[in-house]
Structures are given as structure tokens and as C-alpha cells.
Design a protein around this ligand. Sequence first.
Ligand code: NAI
Ligand code: MG
Length: 363
Amino acid sequence: MKIAVLPGDGIGTEIVAEAVKVLKVLDLSFEMEHALVGGAAYEAHGHPLPESTLKLAKDADAVLFGAVGDWKFDKLERALRPEQAILGLRKNLQLFANFRPAICYEELTHASSLKPELVAGLDILIIRELTGDIYFGQPRGRRLSPDGAFEGQTEAFDTMRYSRPEIERIAHVAFQAARKRGKRVTSVDKANVLETFQFWKDIVTEIHAQYPDVELDHMYVDNAAMQLVKAPKKFDVLVTGNMFGDILSDEAAMLTGSIGMLPSASLDANNKGLYEPSHGSAPDIAGKGIANPLATILSAAMMLRYSLAQPEAADRIESAVKHVLASGLRTGDIWSEGTTRVGTREMGDAVVAAISKTITKTI
Ligand code: NAI
Ligand code: MG
């Protein structure tokens, strides 16, 4: 097994170093190979996603990605900007299923923007379809004017579109994920207004027949947005299209406290995936050693579970993170009165120490 490690720029290098430390202490048999991506690759090779990096990512069994997008690259033309690297990786590796678990750790219930009792014990999974919908529908969005000139534009349009295979494959992914958790799927649509999403609803219902052990309900996206802040614990797995998923997953992120806690996985049809924290390269704190590495460490746990068939090792990382939070250690983004403020490296070291303890115990 091979993991492609792509730290990126900004805080990417700092947080990925901690995740790599955690993976190493597990002493599993896989190889890790590093490559430059984003701003770091632009500086070295003149391109944010060099051929050699793409090849490594394609050949590997999983990709561990940090973050890209330091401010110093803001003036580059769009095609050379660091963010093009992540878009290029998603497209080239055909990563169509984006998993974003929103888990509220007991110790962080007060960091949420909702009342603690609404989020205590929250553990939901949002699955966003990542390659179809209005973001990619043909014909591509553009502006229209009667004579084709830029001036006097009177309209603009984008095309919302989903094919049967696209909906089928994400539905299977959602039902299979639910099987391993609370056995409930909520499919989010706008079938009352949009034909694309009536089609979505019909196909999800059809695929559900193959998963009689999983409960399915359908919810309109406006109601789902409301329920996520009213009673988020009612959900188990939520599956939806690209645009609704983009919005709802950010909404759900806020329930859990800090973006520095949120891992993510983007998977292809064979469970090969790219794992990254939900946040960006945080240029405002880059190089200071204060970024929270837990989202990246938890992304590495997702990688072990989904792509590398090592669920026990994933559990071990997640328990270690809970243990470290319970011991009162906090990076700045999750710090509160009465807890101990630590930096990126100390947080990584604490997770490594907690894992080492459990390893010694099982021996
Ligand atoms: P951001 O997520 O980088 O930062 C937002 C805020 O959260 C900042 O105040 C930052 O300091 C804080 N923050 C983020 N991660 C943190 C962590 N691990 N620990 C502590 N605090 C943390 O989002 P922003 O500022 O909108 O974007 C910065 C750059 O990152 C942009 O160039 C953007 O395009 C890029 N970006 C890249 C992504 C990726 O690599 N997948 C995803 C999102 C943004
Ligand atoms: Mg978003």
C-alpha cells in the first residue's frame, strides 16, 4: 500500500507533518511518498499540480492532502493559482463522493454556535455528490446578450443536470455508509420544483430497494437547512447533490465548533480517496506553529478506514484524539477558559503519546 502525501502550502506543511507522525507510530505496513502541490509546487516547478505529483497521486492507494492557497499567490493567473491543484486532483482521480462527518466532541459542545444540548453527542455524515449538478452541467454557464457582445447582457444561465449513473453510484455509497452507522439515509432534494431532483428522488428510491435494512426518507433542501440548526441529531447520513451539499456541509461544520476539527474524504468508485481537512491554508496563522492539526489527523483516520482497510487503526486515532481533548489540551481555535493552550506540534505529540499508550496496553 502506498500513500501519496501532499502537504501543500500555508499551514498545510505544519498540519500534515503531525498526521504523518501519527501514521508512523501505528507501525502499519504502508509506504508514504511526499510530493509538492499548490503554492509549494508552483515555486519549485512553475505549476500547482506538476505531472509527477499527479502521477504519484494516481498510482497511490490514497492521498493525504494538507491545504493550498497562500495569499502570496493571489496575483497569479487563475490556471496557476494553488487552488487549481485540488480541483485538478478531484477531476483526474474521479473523486465523486465527498464525505464530511460532523461530530461534536463532548469537550467542545460549548464551542458550537448552537446550545450545548442540541449538539452534545452529534455524529452525522453528510455525503455530497462532487462531480455533477449545476457546477458542471452542459451547456456550461454563460451570459447572453441579443448580439453576443459583452455590453448589454440581458441574461445568464447555468445548467442543472444529473445522469442516472451519477445518481445511482452516490445512492449506493450513501446506503452502504449508513449500513455501517445508524442505518438511516435522508436524501435531500428540491423535487417539488426541479425536475433534476425529482429524477434524483425517484432513482434514490429505486436503489433503496436493494438496502431493505436501511431506512430512507426524503427532505426538501430548505427544510433540511432548517432541521440542521433545529434538531441536527435527528440525522444519520444525509446525501445530496453538489450544490446543496456544498451549502449544507458548511452549515453542519459550524455545529461542531471549529473548522480545525473537521476532516473530509473524497472517494472514487473503488474507495480510493483523497483525505484532507475541511479548512484552507489559513495564511493568517501560517508559520506560527499554532494551527490545529486534528482535522488532518482525523482525515488520516478516515483514510485508514475507507481506503486502507484498517478500521482498528482508525478507531485508535479517533480514541486518542478524544483522550487528548479530555485531558484539556487545546489549540487556539478551540481554547476556552480552564484548558491548556498548546501549539501544532505539541498537539500532534499528545495524540502520538495517547496512541503509544493504547499500543502498550494491548501488548
Ligand atoms: P481557511 O480555512 O484557510 O481559514 C479560515 C479561518 O479559519 C482563518 O482565520 C484561519 O486562521 C482559521 N483556520 C483554518 N484552519 C485552521 C486550523 N487548522 N487551526 C486553526 N485555525 C484555522 O479559509 P480562508 O481564509 O477562506 O482561505 C484561505 C486560503 O485557503 C484561500 O486561498 C482559499 O482559497 C484556500 N482554501 C483552500 C482549501 C483547500 O486546500 N482544500 C479549502 C478552502 C480554502
Ligand atoms: Mg464550500
